[in-house]
Design a protein around this ligand. Structure first.
Ligand code: AMP
Length: 181
């Protein structure tokens, strides 16, 4: 890492509209400024909505790691601008939203500020953050614990599935399923 750049972990989620297109566009927008350099992008996972109103569409979630010369507050403002660009709709707390971007970690910074709490206060209990993160950073820890172990013991772990980009029908993959040889 070059000096002046700090590593950050970002978590993205979408459960409204063209969810996969939204995530792809959001990744491109997040790493568009030269102040934010992409390090790694996780696979997309599909998860049941946690909390909030019943019968919400499933979420698609993913994690990216970046290095940035933005301050934590500048990075938060940048993430919120990307959310807004994707016409985020959020009328109900924990309700459906086109795009949610959370900062999970910013270097080793710890902050209790409600405007930007770091590490993200709920990350350690969310398999939909921990699992995709563990796929790109298997050795990462949060609060001294391996994120893969935290993922496996999170309440939502059993609701996760890898998203193949083509959806499924009654649990059977449709067009574009990976060719098994
Ligand atoms: P939500 O979009 O529901 O996740 O919540 C957004 C609010 O959480 C904003 O007002 C942020 O200022 C605040 N917030 C606190 N800590 C964080 C964080 N680590 N990442 C993103 N938003 C945060």
């Amino acid at each position: 890492m070059n000096s002046g750049y700090t590593k950050a972990v970002l978590a993205l989620g979408s459960n409204l509209g063209e969810r996969n297109d939204t995530l792809s566009g959001a990744v491109a927008d997040l790493v568009d400024p030269p102040e934010v350099r992409l390090l790694a992008v996780s696979p997309v996972v599909q998860t049941k909505a946690v909390g909030g109103p019943p019968n919400q569409p499933d979420f698609l979630n993913m994690v990216l790691t970046v290095e940035t010369s933005l301050t934590p507050r500048e990075l938060l403002a940048h993430c919120q601008a990307v959310e807004n660009k994707h016409h985020r709709v959020r009328e109900v707390r924990w309700g459906p939203r086109t795009l949610d971007v959370d900062i999970i970690t910013y270097g080793d910074l710890r902050s209790d500020d409600p405007v930007l709490t770091l590490p993200h206060p709920r990350a350690a209990s969310r398999a939909f953050v921990l699992y995709p993160w563990s796929l790109i950073e298997p050795a990462a820890t949060l609060g001294g614990e391996r994120i893969s172990s935290l993922a496996a013991s999170a309440a939502d772990f059993d609701d996760l599935a890898l998203f193949d980009g083509f959806g499924d029908f009654d649990g059977v993959s449709t067009a574009g399923a990976v060719d098994e040889r």
